[in-house]
Design a protein around this ligand. Structure first.
Ligand code: ZN
Length: 279
């Protein structure tokens, strides 16, 4: 019992070093193109989400290698196939990535409208009465536009904690015999998770800032319990690069210029984050 208390105190005194001496350098970035293969994601009039996310991710990977030669890029997919979310976490965690960037394309839910198009006469008993005629129209399009970035919400952190406990050398090496049922481990993991969350928010803000600089509508950084982010043992964001059911944005996202700008905004956001965290 006493040994345990001493161990706990020693651990707590080491915790800040364990937490903050490591993991601030950005040397490996995991890029995740949303959806793929059998899962097209959201559909627009001329394209599917899975193709746009892959285009942007491959371009972003190229730009990262050119602009940051000290950084390795790991992809969860480079072709039109579908790694499951578990596969994506595995790829991310096994690679020992420092950042996880998932790219998606937004879509709003369709809207159904019933409009009166005229009237007609119908028999009602012996009389004929005039009744309105309606038509139902499904609107798939939207005028909503812009980009938003999600970071992991706290309510999904137990899954993230498992991933950290399983893969992070920083915890297991420094602390030795830690196991996840141990209160000491719980403290360290909770602090790790908090550190990841705040770094993810910092990164998200920097990426959104770059989009805003380009004149895109800034829908902000949001917290959400996203499965794809919850399983990775590293800070991570999910970037929604525009609305596929907004015809103007869909065209932009399909253009060379649009894809270059989108990848460029994420790149500059990462570079700003890297510069700040390695300072
Ligand atoms: Zn998506």
């Amino acid at each position: 019992m006493r040994t345990r208390l001493i161990t706990l105190l020693i651990l707590l005194s080491f915790t800040p070093q364990i937490l903050f001496a490591n993991g601030k350098k950005v040397r490996k970035i995991v890029l995740d193109a949303g959806h793929g293969g059998k899962d097209p994601g959201a559909r627009g009039q001329i394209s599917s989400e899975k193709d746009l996310t892959l285009d942007v991710v491959l371009l972003l990977g190229k730009m990262i290698k050119e602009s940051m030669p000290d950084v390795d890029v790991v992809y969860t997919r480079t072709i039109d196939d579908y790694p499951s979310l578990v596969d994506r976490h595995e790829i991310a965690n096994r690679s020992g990535g420092d950042l996880f960037i998932s790219v998606h394309v937004n879509s709003t839910a369709g809207r159904t409208e019933r409009i009166k198009t005229g009237t007609k006469l119908v028999k009602k008993g012996r009389k004929k009465v005039r009744v309105p005629v309606y038509k139902t129209i499904h609107h798939r399009g939207t005028s909503t536009s812009g980009t938003e970035t999600y970071v992991l919400g706290l309510h999904r952190n137990s899954q993230k904690e498992d991933a950290i406990g399983e893969y992070s050398d920083n915890i297991t090496d420094e602390a030795g015999m830690l196991n996840t049922n141990d209160p000491q481990t719980a403290i360290i993991i909770a602090q790790y998770t908090q550190a990841y969350l705040s770094r993810s928010i910092t990164l998200g803000n920097k990426i959104q800032q770059q989009f805003a600089n380009q004149g895109r509508n800034d829908l902000g950084v949001k917290q959400k319990g996203l499965e794809v982010l919850a399983g990775s043992a590293m800070p991570g964001v999910l970037v929604e690069i525009g609305f596929i059911n907004n015809p103007e944005e869909e065209e932009y996202l399909n253009s060379n210029r649009g894809q270059k700008e989108v990848a460029g905004a994420i790149l500059k956001g990462i570079m700003a984050y890297k510069a700040e965290s390695e300072k």
